[in-house]
Write a protein that binds this ligand. Structure first.
Ligand SMILES: C[S@@+](CC[C@H](N)C(=O)[O-])C[C@H]1O[C@@H](n2cnc3c(N)ncnc32)[C@H](O)[C@@H]1O
Length: 383
């Protein structure tokens, strides 16, 4: 990571070497021309050219100073610190997702409302919207945006937009009441949203952060109507040299809670980096990240109610023979089975006595209806 202007200049020199060696900056998305069975270089080249022209202009104008360094620093909080800007969810993406996965007058729940983009799209598309966020600053902003939306609209849509300055670890809506969940949760602590102790990522270990996110996702599962969609926008990230496959952890959490992974959409940001990570590309063999994920989850039609404080086992396990993942499918109310590609097959009882984690007990007591399917700690990649 460049620490000062000199290291940025050095990074620029390395970038030129990489361009000479590979003809382009290796990005996290590689396009292939299906008809020729060859890598497509045009888009990357165009992007790189645009980046380079900008870069040259800055140098010519003598702008290669601290302010430029600030701009390069936009990609990580470890460089940009508390006061840096925040990534705003693209309005067009919010609009397309809402149009595609919901109907007019549906109720959309956004457990991490952020900077009002999804709320605005919901308003414009006549959906009801409930947004939770613990950030005082963002919610103040969101309330202002909402006021403007209502006052600037001549024909008022017959919808309700509700903003709750509360943690979505404790969602208040009834079970099976929400038509769609759509959000962009924190990317651990790589962005700064506020000092509120309920912030899922700030001042937490990654494990603590995921535990909080798990509670949020469990609430999303509970309140969502069966067969309806829950969409999370997430991005993998690198921190202090460690790669966090965050999208994978979210998928694991989702399965763990009982969601069906319905689809994965890649958001291609398209633009190449300028100089910021050039040194890392060659030194550590890492590509420049130009994509993000939309994880599309679905709540199953039928899910188990837990009244008797029995627990369910995770439905994905490592095969004891070959260690690849095996998925258990329900045969009847009491049994489920799994078959591995190596030939190993197993049938087991679904219900087992066990100790309920605190949050499940709380959720059950609150709602009396929560599906629960894990009896052991989930293992994440970083562990
Ligand atoms: C990725 S940001 C959203 C910004 C995003 N780019 C956007 O505009 O959609 C994640 C949001 O989650 C919020 N958040 C963090 N912990 C939360 C919690 N426990 N409950 C509700 N919201 C939370 C943060 O305050 C932040 O606004």
């Amino acid at each position: 990571m460049p620490k000062d202007v000199e290291s940025l200049k050095q990074s620029e020199r390395i970038r030129q070497t990489i361009l000479t060696k590979y003809g382009e900056i290796p990005l996290s998305i590689w396009r292939i021309d299906f008809s020729k069975n060859k890598l497509v270089h045009d888009i990357e080249e165009t992007q790189n050219k645009i980046a380079e022209q900008k870069h040259k202009k800055w140098i010519e104008k003598g702008l290669y100073d601290e302010s430029l360094y600030e701009r390069f620093s936009m990609s990580s909080k470890s460089v940009r610190g508390k006061d840096a800007g925040l990534s705003i969810f693209p309005y067009d993406v919010a609009e397309r997702i809402i149009k595609f996965y919901s109907q007019t007058y549906d109720i959309i729940l956004d457990p991490c409302a952020g900077h009002a983009t999804r709320m605005t799209a919901a308003f414009n598309l006549s959906r009801n919207y409930i947004g939770y966020d613990v950030s005082k600053r963002f919610m103040e902003h969101n309330r202002k945006v909402l006021k403007e939306l209502w006052s600037n609209t001549l024909v008022k849509p017959e919808i309700a937009i509700v903003l709750k300055e509360k943690s979505s670890e404790y969602i208040e809506e009834p079970t099976d009441s929400i038509d769609m969940v759509f959000t962009s949760p924190p990317y651990y602590d790589t962005e700064y949203y506020g000092d509120e102790p309920e912030q899922l990522g700030w001042n937490k270990t990654y494990k603590e952060f995921l535990d909080g996110l798990k509670r949020v996702m469990m609430q999303c599962f509970r309140v969502l109507k069966p067969n309806h969609f829950c969409i999370f926008n997430v991005n993998d990230f690198r921190k202090e040299g460690v790669f966090y496959a965050y999208h994978n952890d979210v998928i694991q959490l989702a399965k763990y809670i009982g969601f069906i992974i319905h689809d994965v959409i890649i958001l291609d940001w398209g633009s190449s980096i300028f100089a910021c990570f050039a040194s890392q590309i060659e030194d550590y063999k890492v590509t420049a990240k130009v994509h993000e994920y939309l994880i599309v989850m679905r709540k199953p039609e039928k899910y188990h109610l837990v009244w008797d404080k029995k627990i369910y086992k995770p439905n994905v396990e490592a095969c004891p023979k070959c260690n690849s993942q095996i998925v258990f499918n329900m045969i009847n109310e009491m049994h489920e089975s799994a078959k591995c590609k190596c030939g190993y097959s197993v049938t087991r009882n679904i219900k087992q006595d066990g100790v309920m984690p605190r949050e499940i007990v709380e959720a059950v007591e609150k709602t009396k209806e929560v599906r629960f399917n894990f009896d052991e700690e989930i293992k994440f990649d970083f562990e």
